[in-house]
Design a protein around this ligand. Structure first.
Ligand code: M6R
Length: 608
């Protein structure tokens, strides 16, 4: 969850680190700190709050040195205080490290180390690692001491360490928390993800679990914890640094909502063959089991999970294949029953979500073929699966996932065509889906033109603190997703609910202070949705409806209507979600909140 950056090279480290960590701030932003190793030893500063607070604190001060580490924290162990902010150091102030992850056995280690005379300055689990390295230094080299210390740790880490009397060396290590090494010219940048290194280099090495990199100004090596040197593949990242900027938008979230049309274009480009009613997913071609699959188990978290739920409807209806979708945080704890012929499909924008990765490992260990839909190229989930589809939508920086959902649902449509056409799906149906999917980007553009109207609507409803989002069939996951967007951005209570389920309980909440948002396009469940709307109206509940262009009936019932263009029923979620994203965005802004970095959240949830 936290963001870490390390630098060793020819430039002054601090500006590189500050810029790099700013790009990672979406991973965690409750406090920040750095340590710079210069001619006069290590200098460190920390501050509670965002990187801007740290920048303000150090303004006018000088921190010279060409080796350094920085950290942006999302607190797990120990409150949000300056003392608990990273980097942490050993007793002598010699070893300094920034860590992302959780040391599960830190209490035992802390006790042992305290008994040996180590004194701790923070309440964090991380600090034990610094003391453990210090303890292991006795008669060992820096790299040997780090590996010995890491062998004693139970838990997860992505970390970067420096030692004040070894100015030419930086050590990075990983176990379940993402870490990559940017290979610049005469410099290395260690980071939690690629956005922090792009300005310097596009060539990276991804560390795998149980690996450690030793970086010096003249070269690098990657070792396992037994100190065996490993051959690592070099990857080239195809994102430009521009993609990680706001480009004139006030927030990343708004920019990314407006990137929806390109997200669909980029995720489907070269993958649709409309005349053959077919799709082509190169990444899945090698996986022969997919065509023969007897069932698909989808697992994901948050927004990616809701995209998976839409995929479930598509694949069952059009490809005739049984699909089960589960939140990854539950999947491995409920002892899933795998049947012969099952495929496991993980969906993740970041490709680093710990719960999704854990579910994936569980499936893989049981011998189930595992595939993924992932955005971040080279991410852990992407590398861990047998085959996969990349989203190709550039970085998603806003903590609220928007364009990723749209892209994931588009990819599920491609997958439905692919799997369906290998089964019963007719050429005509395949063509129809492909042709409608090609039109989607322009239809999203039409919805985006309503942003100002949706802003006015958000202001109108700004004072309400409870919302019920209702949908059926393909738009039930959209109802959940709409509610998730509102609560994470605005901190108001929003609940997704199947419109048919409303009368089994949630309708009791409805009164004139409890608005409902109905996602009710003209589809196979339209009449049922209209009846549910009448039920809410009869109880004086304010109604906002997302409806198909030209629908007059809905206008007579709902207080406010946002129109979306007509498309194939299975593709409506790609359109109906856009007004809900815009509503949540404008609602949060109207309430004066930081929509890109909502409280208590982090973009990439790398702890369980
Ligand atoms: O990177 P992932 O797609 O695996 O992330 C999954 C969730 O953590 C993510 O979708 C989260 O729910 C977002 N904040 C929702 O907007």
């Amino acid at each position: 969850m936290c963001g870490i950056v390390g630098y060793i090279g020819k430039e002054e480290a601090l500006p590189v680190l500050m810029e790099g960590v700013k790009n990672l701030e979406y991973r965690g932003y409750d406090s920040a700190g750095f340590a710079i190793l210069g001619d006069d030893g290590v200098k460190s500063e920390k501050s509670v709050g965002k990187i801007s607070a740290l920048a303000e604190k150090i303004s006018g001060k000088r921190f010279s040195g060409k080796t350094g580490i920085i950290h942006s924290r999302w607190a797990t162990h120990g409150g949000v205080t300056e003392k608990n902010a990273h980097p942490h150091s050993d007793c002598g102030g010699t070893i300094w490290l920034a860590h992302n992850g959780i040391v599960e056995n830190y209490k035992e280690l802390k006790k042992e180390l305290s008994e040996k005379g180590h004194s701790f300055k923070s309440e964090t689990d991380t600090e034990v690692i610094a003391h453990l390295i210090e303890e292991e230094m006795e008669g060992k080299s820096f790299e040997n001491a780090v590996s010995s210390a890491l062998k004693k740790i139970k838990g997860t880490y992505g970390l970067v360490v420096l030692k004040s009397d070894e100015p030419g060396t930086l050590i990075a290590a990983r176990n379940f928390s993402p870490l990559l090494i940017g290979l610049g010219e005469g410099e290395y940048i260690v980071a939690s993800d690629a956005t922090a290194v792009l300005k310097h280099t596009k060539n990276v090495v991804y560390l795998d679990d149980g690996e450690m990199a030793v970086l010096t100004k003249s070269g690098h090596k990657v070792l396992d914890l037994e100190m065996n040197q490993l051959e690592k593949e070099h990857h080239v990242i195809d994102w430009s640094p521009e993609l990680a900027k706001k480009n004139g938008y006030p927030h990343f979230m708004l920019k990314e909502i407006f990137e929806g049309p390109e997200a669909v274009e980029n995720s489907t480009r070269g993958r649709l063959i409309p005349e053959e009613g077919m799709s082509k997913l190169g990444g899945l071609e090698s996986l022969t089991e997919l065509k023969e699959a007897k069932g698909i188990l989808i697992s994901a978290c948050g927004t990616a999970y809701y995209a998976g739920r839409v995929g479930e409807y598509m694949l069952e209806e059009y490809a005739g294949i049984p699909v089960e979708t589960d939140v990854a945080s539950e999947f491995r704890y409920r002892k899933p029953v795998f049947r012969d012929g099952d495929i496991f499909l993980a969906v993740s924008q970041s490709g680093e979500t710990a719960d999704t990765l854990a579910a994936l490992r569980e499936a893989k260990e049981k011998g189930v073929p595992v595939v993924s839909i992932v955005n971040v190229v080279g991410s852990t989930i992407a590398r861990y699966t047998d085959a996969g589809v990349y989203q190709h939508i550039g970085p998603e920086i806003g903590v609220a996932s928007t364009k990723a959902f749209i892209s994931q649902v588009s990819i599920f449509a491609l997958l439905t065509i692919l799997v369906g056409r290998h089964r019963e799906m007719s050429l005509v149906t395949g063509r129809r889906i492909a042709e409608e999917l090609e039109k989607i980007p322009d239809l999203i553009r039409l919805i985006l033109k309503q942003s100002k109207n949706i802003e006015a609507l958000a202001r109108k409803y700004q004072k309400f603190v409870n919302f019920l989002y209702l949908g059926r069939k393909y738009n039930l996951p959209v109802a959940y997703e709409g509610a998730l967007k509102l609560k994470e951005i605005s901190y108001v209570h929003a609940e997704g609910c199947g419109a048919g389920e409303m009368k089994h309980g949630p309708i009791a909440m409805i009164d004139e202070n409890f608005p409902s948002i109905f996602i009710a396009p003209q589809d196979s469940v339209y009449e049922k949705m209209v009846s549910n709307m009448e039920e809410v109206k009869a109880r004086r509940g304010p109604i906002i409806a997302v409806a198909t262009e030209g629908d007059k009936k809905i206008k007579e019932i709902a207080d406010d209507v946002i129109y979306i263009p007509k498309t194939l029923e299975m593709l409506t979620p790609i359109l109906s979600v856009v007004p809900l994203q815009l509503f949540a965005y404008h609602f949060g802004v109207a309430r004066g909140l930081d929509v890109d970095q909502p409280r208590n959240l982090a973009k990439s949830v790398t702890v369980e």
